[in-house]
Design a binder for this molecule. Structure first.
Ligand SMILES: Nc1nc2c(ncn2[C@@H]2O[C@H](COP(=O)(O)OP(=O)(O)OP(=O)(O)O)[C@@H](O)[C@H]2O)c(=O)[nH]1
Ligand SMILES: [Mg+2]
Length: 437
């Protein structure tokens, strides 16, 4: 039976509830940043550290816990204290998380508050029946083994309570910024990148699209247990090559130590201006699908809007990515992350570039002095200067036929002279030798 307009109206009232919770100092900073740029979801920053809470954006709710244990300070890198602090305030945390459809936990692991409390927050969220997704950063290498140990232990404890989790080692920021970059600046770069990705996902769920993605779709991709997730959002200026550029960028986030290869579920949204070319949309979606398992669930959406004028934005969430993060086996040298290369999108053929032709000619060009030096036959009693093998090969490759012939002739001539030299009496040899010098 067709629905009456009034019924449809009342169904629309049920709005998806997404709550993003940052726990600890780092997690709080990231959520604070997202809160200031996205209005649709709700944001909470939880910390034992009152001073840190005071710096959080007004758009996020502040939640202090463990005051009786830490007297409003941090835990001083003590995850047990962070855990007890959260356990003591279970009821308050429950109130904070109930009634949500999706709870996103954001924690920078390695300290005491976030690492200790994250498993408690996740456990409560799961017990309430929320879909729960965790985003975690790992400490920098220079912070030492102890912090990394705290982070890994926390990840193992939190994972069973999560549907999906993303892991971003802070160290990966050096793929984008120089090692000499001040720490604060490096952290901001990570936080900005993470908040842009998360903002992209939230927008995708809340903003109506031409091909719409809603919470049911997100649920399909996120459902499961402890799945490794990849979330990224990129914006590229609209141009001839922008679809190709956007795919490459969205698939190759420098911050992740893994890619979407092998993912079991993917959700992605393409946003553009009003006249978005559906042919391009088709190319992009085919490209992403070709990288995945045939059984993978792929959900894609298209949204249009004036705010995407002159640009294309792709947001992508993949879950069940292939890498094993919690392997118990002894460490083997890990293979370097392979770049995901999408199939090229056919473009109109570019005109031949004269520069390339020039390059070819340059390769053929030979340097006349060097070959002689290498091929020179040494004088008796002098040690042959051994040129590096590579150099000799390189030079040989660069010779042309005429030059080889000329050198052979020269060599022959020299040999003949040498033979003559040995045929001469000893007292004459010396003189000829010095004359030859
Ligand atoms: N990406 C990112 N990482 C951060 C940031 N701040 C801290 N971290 C990382 O997170 C780790 C834990 O730091 P905090 O989040 O301050 O620790 P905490 O959870 O508040 O724990 P305690 O202060 O020890 O109680 C650090 O070792 C850093 O590696 C941040 O703003 N961004
Ligand atoms: Mg702290």
């Amino acid at each position: 039976m067709p629905k009456k307009p009034q019924e449809i109206q009342s169904e629309r009232v049920k709005r998806t509830k997404i709550r993003v919770i940052g726990v600890g100092g780092g997690g709080g900073s990231i959520v604070s940043e997202i809160a200031s740029r996205v209005s649709q979801a709700s944001f909470v920053v939880a910390n034992t550290d009152l001073q840190a809470l005071k710096t959080v954006s007004r758009k996020a709710t502040r939640f202090q816990f463990g005051a009786s244990l830490t007297q409003g300070l941090g835990t001083g890198m003590n995850p047990e204290l962070g855990q007890i602090a959260a356990q003591q305030e279970k009821e308050k945390i429950k109130k904070l998380l109930e009634g949500q459809d999706l709870c996103i936990l954001v924690v920078c692991l390695g300290g005491g508050t976030g690492s200790g409390a994250a498993p408690i927050f996740a456990k409560i969220s799961k017990s309430l029946g929320n879909l729960t997704y965790g985003i975690f950063t790992l400490p920098f290498k220079f912070e030492g083994e102890k912090k990394m140990g705290i982070a890994k232990a926390s990840l193992e404890r939190v994972r069973p309570y999560l549907n999906a989790l993303s892991i971003i080692p802070n160290e990966r920021i050096f793929q984008i910024v120089d090692k000499a970059t001040p720490l604060q600046q490096a952290l901001s770069a990570i936080n900005r990148n993470l908040s842009e990705s998360l903002a992209g996902l939230i927008e995708t769920i809340y903003e109506p699209g031409l091909i719409n993605i809603d919470f049911a779709d997100l649920k399909t991709v996120l459902e499961g247990r402890g799945r490794l997730a990849y979330l990224n959002a990129v914006v590229v200026p609209k141009g001839e090559k922008s679809p190709q550029e956007a795919i490459e960028k969205v698939l190759n986030s420098p911050l992740y130590p893994y890619t979407i290869r092998g993912a079991k579920g993917v959700l992605f949204n393409i946003a553009g201006e009003k006249e978005i070319n559906l042919n391009e949309v088709n190319q992009i979606s085919r490209n992403i699908s070709s990288l995945l398992n045939k059984e993978a669930k792929i959900i894609f959406g298209v949204s249009q809007g004036r705010k995407y004028q002159d640009k294309i934005k792709i947001t992508l969430l993949a879950t069940g990515c292939g890498m094993k993060v919690f392997s118990e086996k002894p460490k083997r040298k890990r293979k370097a992350k392979k770049k995901v290369v999408p199939e090229p999108i056919p473009m109109p053929k570019p005109k031949p570039r004269p520069k390339q032709k020039l390059k070819k000619k340059k390769m053929k060009k030979v340097t006349p002095q060097k070959p002689k030096e290498v091929e020179k036959i040494p004088e008796e009693g002098l040690e042959r200067p051994t040129p590096p093998e590579k150099k000799a090969v390189e030079i040989r490759i660069r010779k042309n036929g005429l030059q080889i012939k000329r050198e052979a002739e020269e060599e022959e001539k020299e040999m003949l002279e040498k033979e003559k030299f040995w045929e001469s009496p000893a007292f004459l040899r010396k003189r000829r030798f010095f004359r030859a010098q």
